[in-house]
Design a protein around this ligand. Structure first.
Ligand SMILES: *[C@@H]1O[C@H](CO)[C@@H](O)[C@H](O)[C@H]1NC(C)=O
Ligand SMILES: *[C@@H]1O[C@H](CO)[C@@H](O)[C@H](O)[C@H]1NC(C)=O
Length: 240
C-alpha cells in the first residue's frame, strides 16, 4: 500500500452510523423507532472503535497491509461491521465520517455516504463537504470594497457520481488548494458570480464529480445584518 489515510488523534474523529431498514421513510424516523430493537448501538460503537484502534496500531507497528488506504476504505470497513451487527434488519447503512483539519485552508471535512447491502456492498450515494474555507478577496460594488479585500467564508459539497465505480475519488485537498489559488486573485462585483465560479471550478475538477453545491458568506456586507450569503447548486454537465 503506497499511501495510508492518516487519521488525526482520536479526539478529532467522529462517526455517525445510522442503519436504515428496507421499509423506511426517513433515516431519523428509523433511527428512533424501528432499528433500536434490532441493532445494539452500544455494540456498534464499540465494534467500530475497536476496528479503528486495531488498524491504527498495526499501522504503527509498521505492517505493510494495514491502516486504511483512504476515507472510502475506512467507510467500507465500518459499513461491513454495521451490516454484520444489523443482520437482516438493514438494507442500507449511512456512514458519515468527519475529519476536522483534514484540509489546511478549511476547518471542516466530512464524507456522507449511503451504502447498500451487497454482496458486494456498494456506495449508492456519496457527498463530500469542505466547510469554512476562509479567504480574503476583493468582492462587491461599493468603492471601499473595490480597494480592500474582505473575508469570505465558503462551504462546498461535492456530489459524487457513484455509478462510475471504477473511477477513484479525487484528491479533495488538491482540489481545494487549486481552487483557492484560482479565486484569491479574483475581484468579482457580486457574490453570485463568485460562487458560480467556485461551482464551475469544482464541477470540472474531476469526472467523478456529478454536481456541486457551494455557499459563500460575506460576514461584513450589510450594516444591519450579520452577513449576506449566496448558495448555488449545479450539475457538472452544464459546464461541459
Ligand atoms: C447527497 O446529496 C444529494 C443531493 O443533495 C442527496 O439527495 C443525497 O441524499 C445525499 N446523500 C447523502 C449520503 O447524504
Ligand atoms: C458552513 O458550514 C458550517 C458547519 O456546518 C456552518 O456552521 C456555517 O454556517 C456554514 N457557512 C456557510 C457560509 O454556509
Amino acid at each position: 500500500m503506497t499511501s495510508v489515510f492518516a487519521l488525526p488523534s482520536s479526539s478529532t474523529l467522529f462517526f455517525l452510523a445510522t442503519v436504515l431498514t428496507t421499509n423506511s421513510r426517513s433515516s431519523k424516523y428509523l433511527y428512533r423507532v424501528n432499528v433500536l430493537d434490532s441493532v445494539h448501538y452500544g455494540h456498534l460503537t464499540k465494534t467500530i472503535s475497536t476496528l479503528i484502534k486495531e488498524r491504527s496500531s498495526e499501522e504503527e507497528a509498521g505492517e505493510r497491509s494495514s491502516g486504511f488506504a483512504d476515507a472510502d476504505d475506512l467507510i467500507q470497513a465500518v459499513s461491513e461491521r454495521a451490516f454484520d451487527l444489523a443482520g437482516d434488519a438493514a438494507s442500507e447503512v449511512r456512514v458519515v465520517l468527519g475529519v476536522p483539519k483534514m484540509i489546511l485552508l478549511a476547518s471542516g471535512f466530512s464524507v456522507d455516504t449511503t451504502i447498500a447491502k451487497g454482496p458486494p456492498h456498494f456506495m449508492s450515494s456519496k457527498n463530500v463537504s469542505v466547510n469554512d474555507i476562509v479567504l480574503p478577496v476583493i468582492i462587491g460594488v461599493n468603492p471601499p470594497e473595490r480597494e480592500e479585500k474582505q473575508r469570505v467564508i465558503i462551504n462546498i459539497t461535492f456530489h459524487e457520481n457513484t455509478e462510475l465505480s471504477q473511477v477513484k475519488s479525487p484528491d479533495y485537498k488538491q482540489i481545494v488548494s487549486g481552487l483557492c489559488k484560482e479565486i484569491e486573485p479574483t475581484s468579482y462585483l457580486t457574490l453570485e458570480k463568485f460562487v458560480m465560479e467556485i461551482v464551475r471550478f469544482c464541477c470540472l475538477s474531476s469526472d467523478k464529480v456529478a454536481g456541486v453545491t457551494a455557499r459563500a458568506q460575506k460576514p461584513s456586507a450589510l450594516s444591519f445584518a450579520q452577513s449576506s450569503g449566496v448558495q448555488i447548486t449545479r450539475t457538472r454537465e452544464i459546464f461541459l
